[in-house]
Every structure is written in structure tokens, then in C-alpha cells.
Design a protein around this ligand. Sequence first.
Ligand code: CA
Ligand code: CA
Length: 303
Amino acid sequence: MFGIRSNVYPPVNVKSLGMAVLLLVILGQGPVVVLNAQGYGANFVIDSLITDKTSYDAGEVVQIWGRVKWTSGTESFQVAARFKIRTPSRPLIDVGRDVWLFVNKGGVGFLRGAWIVPKGAEKGSYGIYVCAWVATSSRIVYNRRVVSTIASFTVRSGDLQYPSESWRRIWYVYSDSPADPWVQFLDSTEDGSDLNFDSDWGRGRVKYGLADKIGSVSSRIVSIPPGSWTFTVGGDDGIRLYIDGELVISEWEDQSYATYTYARTFTTAANHLLRLEWYENEGDAHVSFDMRQSGSAHDGPEI
Ligand SMILES: [Ca+2]
Ligand SMILES: [Ca+2]
């Protein structure tokens, strides 16, 4: 699933690099990284291609800007641009088209595009390709002076992260199908430092204004001392728990809030990876996690 943003801007005459900086500030982005841009053309060149970061997670928006210089001539031009992404193993994906660049003779203009990294995007280096076509002020003339350029970035997506200080939660819109639950990435968050938690939203909003059709994948690493431990998870609706990648509790269905336990004896102290998946379909929403040494009234372990 690709999110495509096409931006059509009104005609503007942009003549200085200072305006480029101003434009980027207006766009409200953080650190800007100039990547390995290159281009060619008879009288104009894409001399920079810019993203706000060099690596991204699934669901993040890759903002792309290019700067184009027109080096000679007396005409006033528009440039139509098409943005494409080449993934590590797939051919070019057309991710958007932009028609808004206006270049007077000897001037500077700008391109802008955006792409949302899809859930499940493969890890690796991606290339952004921009093709631009000069147009007259009244109509676009494709294939007249083609310019291309490339920049690269890395996608981190697909990797669950296991912080030691908190749970990391990846939030999704739930699809109403337990077999293929996640239809849209919402956000990833670091949610507090409490290992054991009990989140009961009732019929209220869970997050992002959503009271229904929402779910999360929570993950963290925890150091577990030797001994017998009981893991208790609760869900309204579906819940499942993985320890070190092994599915140990699976109650992945619509249900009223219920808790389930799993016990394991650890013989040595070691770090273990926890992953808790949960979804809320409709009605009440509730999720909980608890781990403690068997027979202990204390939350465990010391972390
Ligand atoms: Ca609900
Ligand atoms: Ca429910």
C-alpha cells in the first residue's frame, strides 16, 4: 500500500537559494541531508535532491525535494516532475507526480514529492528517481529535455525493536480480519517504563481518536532471573504473546476481556525478547500484561 501525495503549487517565481532555505523552513522539516544527487540536461539541471532523513521506519513519510537550475535562455518554464522509488529487489514504483516548478531564465526552482514507507517494506537501500520535463507556461511538453537524478535512503522497517527501558508500540488500524489484521500503520511510540501494565479504555478512544478497529504490536527486552515465572496477558479483543519469537499464548479472536497464563522455568539469568500483539475490533477495549515469579506478589523482575 503506497501513500501518494501529489502537490500542485500555484505559479511562483523563485530566484534565489535563500528562497530554497525559506521554502524548507516553511515546509517545517527537521535536519536536511543532501544526498548524492546528480543530473544532466541541456540547459537545466537537478543539482540537488534532498530528504529530511537518511533512514525511515514503515509508515514514515519520506519528504523529497529537488532543486533545479536553469542556466540559459530567455523563456519562462514550468517543469513537471515524476518521482519514483527503486526498492532493493523491485523495479521502479511510481510514487507521485508534481507539476509546480517555475524557472525563469538563469533562475532556480524546486521540486517536491512525498512517499509513505509501506508496512512490511523490505530493509535496505532505496533509490529516489526524479524525472522532469520542461513545459511552456501554458501547457506541459513531455519528453522535451529530460532530466533525471537519484538519491538514496535506507528503510529500517520490518524490524521489531526491543528497547530495555520501555515497551515499544507499533499502532495499526485493525482490518476486522484476524487473519490479516493490520491495514494501516498509524505510528510507533515508546510507551512508559512499566513492564506490567493494564490498559482499559472501555468504550472510549484508545489512541488517534479511534475507539474501535485499532491494534498494536508491543515489544521490549527484559532480563529475567532464574526461577519459575508466570506470564499473564489479557485482551479485549485478540491477544497473543511471543517469548524469544516463540508463540506461547494465542487467543486471537473477538472476545470479552479475558486473561490467559503461561508458565516457564528459567534456569539461568538471561535477556529475553517479549512481543505482545493485541487488537480491538469493537465494543470495549482492554489489554494487559503481567509477569512475576510464581508465588510472588511482586511485579517482577527488577529492570
Ligand atoms: Ca471500542
Ligand atoms: Ca472489543
